[in-house]
Ligand binder design. Structure first.
Ligand code: GA4
Length: 328
């Protein structure tokens, strides 16, 4: 990350959010994957929050630490070295700019496909650590999606996980590094009053679910249905699951994709790694027939993941992307 001069900090302060105050006492749903009732907990969390934390997930701590240490090494390289992974189009190394329509954040990142991504060819140990990690995380994500199908009482239980297991699955992996951000003066009315600068602006994820793990630095916030923001206490031994737009459509709106954002920390850097579980490009995204009761109608027009992705990547971060696909 380049050293940043004051005017740039001021530029970022215009991204300070002026939303309703953060709610302090809401508990993030916690799902223990080893418990027999976890499928019911998952459904409840997806309906109420579109978000939950998982423990007893089976991803070895060793593979998490290996990837974290490789990613930390990568981000401490000089800019020119990091840029050898390519400009984000959308894959590669990026900093500050998110997407192609002017969104910015106090962040540098690596965006990769989960297939044979050529971006890391000169970073072999990083690549190996990444492949190991992704293998375990994909397995856990499939288990969660199967529990979800069980909890929704739909058959077959791999109706969602098969999209991820498909060789053509269009999943994406992202490592975000939020360097400590020099504090700016809190603006009046700013949520929690500590001068938060936006690391990654508010958005929903377009995919089915996203699986996030971060180091022990806070920053992630989720939006509750009534519009207030809550800070998610970091936990480096657990994973956090987001419902994405595609799962909202597949459940015909029963689950809602969760709006989330990341605010920076003035002292510690935050490192997060996210597996975005996407279907194959040709997959039709529509409510699962077994979830539709009686003469229930789909709330959405028909579209493929390719069409949705294309439209999503053409949007601004905070846009409501599903609105164009809703039936009037
Ligand atoms: C949000 C979720 C993932 O990080 C991502 C992002 C993508 C990008 O960084 O290129 C997008 C964003 C995300 C949605 C709207 C568009 C595309 C940035 C942006 C402004 C990789 C994804 O799949 O969609």
């Amino acid at each position: 990350m380049v050293v940043v001069s004051k005017p740039v900090i001021e530029q970022f302060s215009s991204y300070l959010k002026n939303n309703k105050p953060t709610t302090l006492f809401t508990q993030i749903p916690l799902v223990d994957l080893s418990k027999p009732d976890s499928k019911h907990q998952i459904i409840k969390a997806c309906e109420e929050f579109g978000f939950f934390k998982v423990i007893n997930h089976g991803v070895p701590m060793e593979s998490i630490s290996m990837l974290e240490s490789e990613a930390t090494k990568f981000f401490s390289l000089p800019l020119c070295e990091k840029q050898k992974t390519g400009q984000p189009q959308p894959y590669g190394y990026g900093h500050k700019r998110i997407g192609i329509h002017g969104d910015v954040g106090w962040v540098e990142y690596l965006l990769l496909t989960t297939n044979q991504d050529p971006s890391l060819h000169s970073f072999q140990t990083f690549r190996v650590a990444l492949n190991n990690y992704m293998k375990s995380v994909k397995k856990m994500a499939c288990e969660i999606l199967e529990m979800m199908a069980d909890g929704l009482k739909i058959q077959p239980r791999n109706v969602l996980s098969k999209l991820l297991m498909d060789e053509e699955s269009d999943s994406v992996f992202r490592v975000n590094h939020y360097p400590p951000c020099p504090n700016v003066q809190p603006l009046s009315g700013n949520g929690n009053g500590n001068g938060d600068v936006i690391g990654f602006g508010e958005h929903t994820d377009p995919q089915i679910i996203s699986v996030l793990r971060s180091n022990n630095t806070s920053g992630l916030q989720i939006s509750l249905r009534e519009g207030s923001w809550i800070s998610v206490p970091p936990d480096q031994t657990s994973f956090f699951i987001n419902v994405g737009d595609s799962l909202q459509v597949m459940t015909n709106g029963r689950f809602k994709s969760v709006k989330h954002r990341v605010v920076t920390n003035s002292v510690k850097s935050r490192l997060s790694m996210i597996y975005f579980c996407g279907p194959p490009l040709s997959e039709k995204i529509a409510p699962l027939p077994s979830l539709m009761r009686g003469d229930q109608q789909s709330l959405y027009k028909e579209f493929t993941w390719f069409e949705y992705k294309k439209s999503a990547y053409n949007s601004r971060l905070a846009d409501n992307r599903l609105i164009h696909f809703e039936k009037i």
